[in-house]
Design a protein around this ligand. Structure first.
Ligand code: FMN
Length: 189
């Protein structure tokens, strides 16, 4: 069984990346193949709406998204994390989400199981909007959305690594991972 994690922060070792790694732990412990994609390292350009994918089913932009299309086809489960930027997902993550347009017809993620994590520096509600954006994208791709303890994982942290002092949030990320793992197993039966 295969799971992918997509970290939407442009910061290396950002808080949302750390929570994603905790959410992936249950999969590692159960012998799954785990692949993590860090948008702090990859280059994914925005969709330019050229529409050539409508005829070919492939994207003409030759960048790191090509590997992510392969991962979409390969995975049984997917977890996406994002920092909250102006009450929404990061621009880096939004580019990736939009680029799914090229494989809309193929629907490589249909029937896969997914969950989301959002980390904001404040408490003005951006985490909820960010989770909504990711879960809504997941639904539009045909992904079966799974919650953590309550909705996705919502955390408040600012400087990279701050989240490591929040034992409860690290646990919440692991619970999200467990729930996705268990839902995937149930669907296999
Ligand atoms: C461009 C930008 C916009 C931000 N907007 C918000 C916001 O609307 N709400 C919020 O709670 N935090 C906001 N923040 C703070 C980040 O969400 C916070 O630093 C978070 O830890 C980033 O996640 P990361 O550590 O994974 O990079 C913003 C930060 C940046 C750089």
């Amino acid at each position: 069984m295969n799971v992918i994690g997509i970290s939407g922060t442009p910061r290396k070792k950002g808080n949302s990346e750390i929570l994603l790694r905790y959410a992936l732990k249950p999969f590692e412990n159960n012998g799954w193949n785990v692949k993590i994609f860090l948008l702090s390292e990859l280059e994914i350009k925005p969709c330019n709406a050229c529409d050539s994918c409508r005829e070919t089913g492939t994207c003409v932009i030759n960048d790191d998204m090509q590997g992510i299309y392969d991962a979409f086809r390969w995975c049984n489960a997917i977890i996406i994390s994002s920092p909250v930027y102006f009450l929404n997902v990061s621009a880096q993550l939004l580019s990736l989400l939009d680029r799914h347009f090229a494989v809309d017809v193929e629907k490589p993620l249909e029937g896969r199981v997914g969950g989301a994590i959002a980390v904001g520096g404040g408490t003005t509600g951006g985490q909820t909007i960010t989770l909504n954006a990711i879960y809504t994208w997941m639904l539009s791709c045909g992904i079966i959305c799974v919650p953590g303890d309550l909705f996705g994982v919502k955390a408040v942290a600012d400087k990279p690594g701050d989240i490591l002092n929040q034992e409860n949030q690290l646990k919440q990320a692991e619970i999200l991972g467990f729930n996705i793992l268990n839902a995937t197993k149930l669907l296999q039966k």
